[in-house]
Design a binder for this molecule. Structure first.
Ligand SMILES: Cc1cc2nc3c(=O)[nH]c(=O)nc-3n(C[C@H](O)[C@H](O)[C@H](O)COP(=O)(O)O)c2cc1C
Length: 311
């Protein structure tokens, strides 16, 4: 998630365990394929075997509309250490869409096929190429042709966010069409969108018939959610690498995140900004959320959470 799941956040989430892999923020491919140092700057884990310090695999996501240039970028990313390439056909940001990227491609199914195919051709067969799709630009029905095109292009799997570009982030997410795609295509499908708790997950699983799921904001809003979902799926428990504190949930979590931001040489001001962004994405009722949004320093923000949770 662009601007959210960067190296410190990937380090934070991965040391708590539960995920099978994560995908980088999107890297844009415009006039030229980005050089290797751009990939190493944006995804520093590439220099460590493409794993977070806790060992979680980090895949690289590319966003662009020109098949050969995206393919060239994919090759650079692979040579820089990317273990898999994900292609973004879902970003709804107007600046991205005006520049022929993200969800804008959903209006041109043949171009989705061409981009996936070009990237597939450019990489060794053992390197997975996946596509991240929304249900369509303005109609849910568009998913069928777009998913088919991505599959024809040679995608190893598809991650489908159950909303159109026009629907933005407005609930609900539509999981049934994801299930229809899964039945039609013999391809692994990862269901995504609006999974905030176990009940949402159960409905998503029932409607999408999927075995694979992607968490976005829900993973940031409930740090236990991924573990609950693993248990529900009958997957082996993944032991968090940091001890879970008895005293409060968010205070120790935010202190740890702040520590990781410092470890990666980010300033306290930037850390405060990131924490404010995090709490905005959470959609939670905790009484400290509004005061934290108004905090002027990192120390003040952490103190507000500490007081609310620990007294
Ligand atoms: C701030 C923000 C940034 C995002 N950046 C990306 C991105 O870089 N690549 C991507 O595929 N999806 C991105 N997304 C979409 C999410 O991956 C996900 O599809 C969407 O939030 C729905 O899932 P959720 O309801 O679990 O959050 C972003 C979403 C948000 C809110």
């Amino acid at each position: 998630m662009e601007g959210v799941i960067d190296q410190p956040m990937r380090a934070f989430l991965s040391e708590r365990g539960g995920f099978d892999f994560c995908v980088s923020e999107f890297i844009r491919v415009t006039q030229l394929a980005p050089p290797p140092h751009v990939f190493r700057r944006d995804v520093p884990e590439l220099t460590r075997g493409a794993r977070t310090e806790a060992g979680l695999s980090v895949q690289v996501q590319l966003l662009g509309g020109h098949p050969e240039r995206v393919a060239e970028a994919a090759l650079v990313a692979y040579e820089a250490g990317a273990p898999a390439i994900d292609l973004n056909f879902g970003c709804p940001a107007p600046t991205v869409n005006r520049n022929d990227g993200g969800a804008a491609l959903l209006r041109f199914p043949a171009r989705i096929r061409a981009i996936v195919a070009a990237v597939r051709r450019a990489l060794p067969p053992a390197i997975p190429v996946s596509a991240k799709l929304r249900l369509g630009w303005d109609s849910i029905e568009e998913i069928h042709v777009n998913a088919e095109m991505a599959a024809e292009g040679g995608a190893s799997w598809l991650t489908i966010h159950g909303r159109t570009k026009v629907q933005g982030y407005l609930p609900p997410a539509h999981w049934k069409p994801i299930g229809q795609v899964k039945r039609r295509l013999g391809l692994p499908i990862v269901a995504n969108g609006e999974i905030w708790n176990l009940e949402d997950f159960r409905r998503c699983r029932e409607e999408s018939h999927c075995d694979h799921f992607m968490l976005g904001r829900g993973a940031l809003a409930d740090l236990q959610l991924v573990h609950q979902l693993r248990a529900e799926l009958g997957l082996a428990a993944s032991v968090p690498r940091t001890p879970v504190s008895e005293a409060g949930v968010w205070y120790p979590a935010l202190v740890r995140f702040a520590g990781l931001m410092e470890h990666y040489e980010e300033s306290p001001e930037r850390t405060l900004g990131r924490i404010k962004q995090w709490v905005r994405l959470m959609k939670r009722p905790e009484p400290w959320i509004e005061p934290v949004k108004r905090a002027r320093t990192l120390t003040e923000a952490l103190e507000l959470v500490r007081e609310a949770e620990l007294g």
